[in-house]
Design a protein around this ligand. Structure first.
Ligand SMILES: [Zn+2]
Ligand SMILES: [Zn+2]
Length: 244
């Protein structure tokens, strides 16, 4: 089955916790749906032209400007959606307290995982500082990574720590964001050494966070690295893009 068709089918599988309303518009839905048909049509699947490295939508075939200037540090990153419209709203709501949305979001990620990353030996999540996680009550990336692990049988490795808070990343290029993030992350060598790993995050903006996490994993002697996010920002310009 074609990938997008599989993603659409996945969001139609429900469990007992389903509340029979659409996770996007709140309208009543059939028992086997989480997203209603009209909303599904509005979702911006990232299935057109993408940069082969960071997976962001591009206008012309080939690597995006930022991957040309500074490699991402993972072999390949992919996202289910472009960070716009209903997909962006879904991710923002998920990050701002609507924790239950992880189920719907992970439904859309499993088919992409199966198609692109089923060979990895472990799943890791972009960490938050302890303080930031306490404030929000959960780490959205970790929630997705753990659920992806449960669905696919690939081990979740609690191997990453974020040790200091970073200043706002808004309006910064990948390079400047990378400078901000230098030395923020630490990986547990005993858990990651020699393993092919998939890094999970909610949104890939410039890729600086993924890049900094990849650098920490490499310092801990991890093997090949890959990344999967729910959304990624279209590569138009390094400035004026939303915060990661
Ligand atoms: Zn709807
Ligand atoms: Zn790129």
């Amino acid at each position: 089955m074609e990938l997008i068709a599989r993603i659409k089918k996945a969001v139609k599988q429900y469990d007992d916790t389903h509340n029979f309303t659409c996770d996007i518009c709140g309208r009543e839905v059939f028992a086997n749906e989480r997203i209603c048909a009209p909303c599904e049509k509005l979702l911006p699947f990232n299935n057109a032209l993408v940069c082969p490295y960071c997976g962001r939508r591009v206008k012309e075939e080939g690597a995006c400007i930022e991957c040309k200037a500074s490699p991402l540090g993972v072999k390949k990153a992919r996202s289910v959606f472009v960070h716009e419209g209903e997909a962006a709203r879904l991710v923002v709501r998920f990050k701002r307290g609507e924790k239950y949305l992880y189920r719907t979001i992970i439904d859309t990620m499993v088919p992409l995982f199966d198609a692109e990353f089923s060979f990895v030996q472990g799943i890791v999540a972009v960490p938050m500082t302890e303080k930031a996680e306490k404030k929000r009550g959960y780490n959205q990336a970790r929630l997705l990574a753990e659920e992806l692990s449960a669905r696919t049988g690939v081990l979740f490795l609690d191997a990453l720590r974020k040790e200091k808070e970073t200043p706002s990343q808004k309006f910064l290029s990948r390079r400047d964001r990378e400078k901000n993030l230098e030395g923020c992350f630490r990986a547990d060598r005993a858990l990651v050494k020699g393993k092919k790993l998939l890094i999970i995050d909610d949104t890939l903006t410039t890729g600086a966070t993924i890049s900094a996490v990849a650098a920490a994993l490499k310092r801990a002697k991890a093997g090949e690295l890959y990344a999967l996010t729910v959304t990624s920002v279209e590569n138009k310009t390094p400035f004026g893009i939303p915060e990661e």
